[in-house]
Design a protein around this ligand. Structure first.
Ligand code: TMP
Length: 203
């Protein structure tokens, strides 16, 4: 099974993705955690180009190509081999981030994102958790981390608000696999909501 976590910057999805991996591993399931951009040696090199530096460093079109180059390597080297072994793959961001960040918020490029995805990637998640949270809270949380990977956070609050709307619209387009989780609750309550939804889908 291929499970993805999505949401705006600072939504808490990375913590939640790792918690779900630990929970499933504790149940004896074969399960790996991975992330985008990154998740393979080559894709991690591309990641640095994308998340560091000036917001104007790349156009939205160039970003689409870079994210897809990273994704193709990630798919070939990490995701597909794990799925073939029968492992559950839990991925922190995937193509839905490109659909919303580059396809909606950075520019109106959703058809281009879909075309490249259909041509070069094809893979879709079986289950996608969208962690929904107030952009103001999330942005302050994200910037407070001072991770040095703030290129998209530096695009500002208006950008994060547009992302949130984009993710909610995406969930409406794919109700079969998308599950919106209220990220404004306590971490424990978010964990419980995710596990509940996972159990409902897999049992
Ligand atoms: P992360 O901070 O969740 O690791 O993600 C890195 C940044 O890259 C985050 O700000 C979202 C952005 N991003 C895109 O713009 N498009 C994509 O396709 C992906 C995977 C991430």
């Amino acid at each position: 099974m291929f499970i993805t976590f999505e949401g705006i910057d600072g939504s808490g999805k990375s913590t939640q993705a790792k918690t779900l991996v630990s929970t499933l591993q504790a149940q004896g399931k074969s399960c790996i955690w991975t992330r985008e951009p990154g998740g393979s040696e080559g894709a991690e090199v591309i990641r640095k180009l994308l998340v560091e530096g000036d917001p104007d460093r790349w156009s939205a079109e160039t970003e689409i190509l870079l994210f897809n180059a990273a994704r193709r390597d990630h798919l070939e080297k990490t995701i597909d081999p794990a799925l073939r072994r029968g492992a559950t793959v839990i991925c922190d961001r995937f193509v839905d981030s490109t659909r919303v960040y580059q396809g909606v918020a950075r520019a109106d490029l959703r058809p281009l994102v879909d075309l490249i995805h259909e041509t070069m990637i094809q893979r879709e998640a079986d289950l996608t958790f969208i962690i929904d949270i107030d952009p103001e809270i999330a942005l302050n949380r994200g910037l407070a981390r001072k991770s040095g990977e703030d290129r998209f956070e530096d695009m500002g609050l208006g950008f994060q608000k547009c992302l949130r709307a984009g993710f909610l619209e995406l969930a409406e387009q794919h109700p079969d696999r998308c599950c919106i989780i209220d990220g404004g609750q306590s971490i424990e309550a978010v964990e419980r909501a995710i596990l509940h939804a996972y159990t409902r889908v897999t049992s």
